[in-house]
Design a protein around this ligand. Structure first.
Ligand SMILES: [Fe+2]
Ligand SMILES: [Fe+2]
Length: 415
């Protein structure tokens, strides 16, 4: 078994770090925070902060509620004990955000009603990711196999904690301390960040162990990532694309997305997943800034993200779309074949698959083995996760034609 840096840290080490890192969410003094929220914050800063912190509030609540089946499914006692400490942490984080909403923002009532009151703040991407986490917890209750656990940890510890939460926490802490804002809450956030680092370290270690124990875990992780990447990308899209929600605190969407892309790559690498070799549609051979740029270009053009109105095809963004698609193709399923996209309302595209890889180009190919007939927007609904493949084909919005063996293999080809 190949050794990794994560092997230097034991599950017991992580548990004892938890004992040493205990802190109180109920004793933090939020009185200065309340005054600043009212007197120092501008209108757009209040909007931006409420938007971001509402997603954290709901996120912490969801991860606290959904961790139990993970404790049942973890194979070793030391892993179960650590996960039990993590569940306490997540509850404490939710308590901090509930206090912030009640005492600083002035959203009244108990935690349940504060969650209800802040629900309209949640972005489309956020809702999809956390609906998936709810479903994942249910799946794990029924299926405690190692590949299912690997998927569940990938979604919780890598996607939600390392890719979404950590960059957010880092930027919140940095921007608040630069401006001397929200001293009580900031102290709490600092403790939350330290807890999250421990949780992520545990997740990375467990994934590294699972993947080395059972090679099917890797395939299961890739499958999950292909499914959730489109949603993950859409989490930080501000309401009505009003970028002042983030610029009011001194940073850009490009910075947030780059930070997330870096965090993702570093954790995949630490878990021994060798991201360049993963069949997930993500160009890990390119720098994180470029991955962030491509993701934002797809979001801004409406190729990814919330369904909101007609999408106009844009050649540069379509290039990015098909580049992601060919990275996702398993060439070994159908080597030496061609696929045509026959869009009713946009330029056609095709893909040639050779023995080891695939290439996409605009235009037509002669005698394709498989052809998809559809509107451009219907194809985007499929790739962005706005609709499921079975629904798109059953309703006739996407009509595949071609050789029978290709029609049968299509789902395996794209994963
Ligand atoms: Fe948390
Ligand atoms: Fe956490």
């Amino acid at each position: 078994m190949a050794t990794l840096a994560v092997d230097q840290v034991t599950y017991e080490d992580l548990y004892s770090r938890w004992e040493h890192g205990n802190w109180s969410a109920t004793e933090l003094d939020l009185s200065v925070d309340r005054e600043q929220w009212r007197d120092t914050f501008s209108e757009i800063q209040r909007k931006g902060a409420l938007w971001t912190y509402s997603m954290f509030f709901h996120g912490e609540d969801s991860v606290a509620d959904n961790l139990s089946p993970y404790i049942d499914a973890a194979p070793r006692e030391e892993q179960k004990y650590f996960l039990a400490t993590q569940q306490v942490d997540e509850a404490r984080h939710a308590v901090l955000f509930a206090r912030f909403m009640r005492e600083v923002v002035g959203i009244g009532g108990d935690t349940g009603s504060a969650l209800d009151a802040t629900r309209p703040e949640l972005s489309w991407g956020f809702r999809q990711v956390f609906l998936r986490l709810d479903r994942m917890a249910d799946e794990l209750r029924k299926d405690r196999s190692l590949p299912k656990l690997a998927q569940a940890i990938t979604l919780y510890h890598l996607i939600v904690e390392a890719v979404l939460a950590q960059p957010g926490q880092h930027l919140i802490e940095e921007s608040l301390s630069k401006r001397g804002l929200l001293p009580g809450f900031r102290k709490g956030m600092h403790n939350v960040s330290k807890d999250e680092q421990r949780h992520i370290a545990f997740g990375v270690k467990l994934i590294a162990d699972l993947v080395r124990q059972d090679p099917e875990c890797r395939t299961a992780i890739e499958e999950l990532l292909r499914e959730v990447f489109p949603f993950t990308a859409a989490v930080f899209v501000p309401p009505d694309w009003d970028e002042r929600y983030v610029s009011a605190f001194g940073f850009t969407l490009e910075q947030i997305y780059t930070y997330g892309a870096e965090s993702m790559e570093a954790r995949f690498r630490a878990a021994g997943l060798e991201p360049e070799t993963m069949r997930v549609g993500m160009p890990f051979d390119l720098p994180p800034e470029e991955r962030a740029r491509r993701g934002l270009a797809m979001l801004r053009a409406g190729y990814l993200g919330a369904p909101n109105g007609p999408v106009k095809s844009d050649p540069e963004v379509t290039q990015i779309l098909f580049d992601g698609l060919v990275r996702q193709i398993d060439a070994s399923v159908a080597p030496g074949t061609t696929i045509q996209w026959d869009f009713r309302d946009a330029e056609p595209w095709h893909v040639r698959i050779d023995r080891a890889s695939a290439q996409a180009e605009p235009g037509r190919v002669e005698h394709p083995d498989l052809t998809f007939h559809c509107r451009f927007a219907d194809w985007l609904d499929l790739t962005s996760g706005r609709t499921e493949p079975w629904r798109a084909t059953l309703t006739g919005r996407i009509r595949p034609t071609g050789k029978l063996r290709m029609l049968v293999r299509a789902p395996k080809l794209f994963g």
